[in-house]
Design a protein around this ligand. Sequence first.
Ligand SMILES: [Zn+2]
Length: 139
Amino acid sequence: MTELNPTGKPLPKATPETAPFWQGCAEGELRLQHCLDCGHVQYYPRKLCSGCFSENVEWRAASGRGTIRSWSTVVAPSSPGFAEEVPFVSILVRLAEGPTMLSVLRHCSPEQVDFDMPVEVIFEQRSETIYIPYFKPAG
Ligand SMILES: [Zn+2]
């Protein structure tokens, strides 16, 4: 069962594979894994490169920028903790480094969203150590 924080929102738990990602978020830096053998860049975090199955992957800071590939306006909260946030815009972001990331768009109404809209990452604190990456229109 997913742990909830006091606001009723799911609280991600860092694992050995994801700890560098969450540490980066806490430091205000989006991090992606780069394969040193084939050059593939991946998200979500994995032990192996999803391009060539090499274990020779390293973490690097990403630009935090991307464009909206697709989106959906969420009107029914998936958890009681999100009841006050609906409607919000769930987005697929094509990161500048290549991978696609599922996130939420902040500081933008559902009517203003568009394909290929430039966005940049922001972080919102959910617990003492967990910061969640969201996106906002690039400014
Ligand atoms: Zn690879």
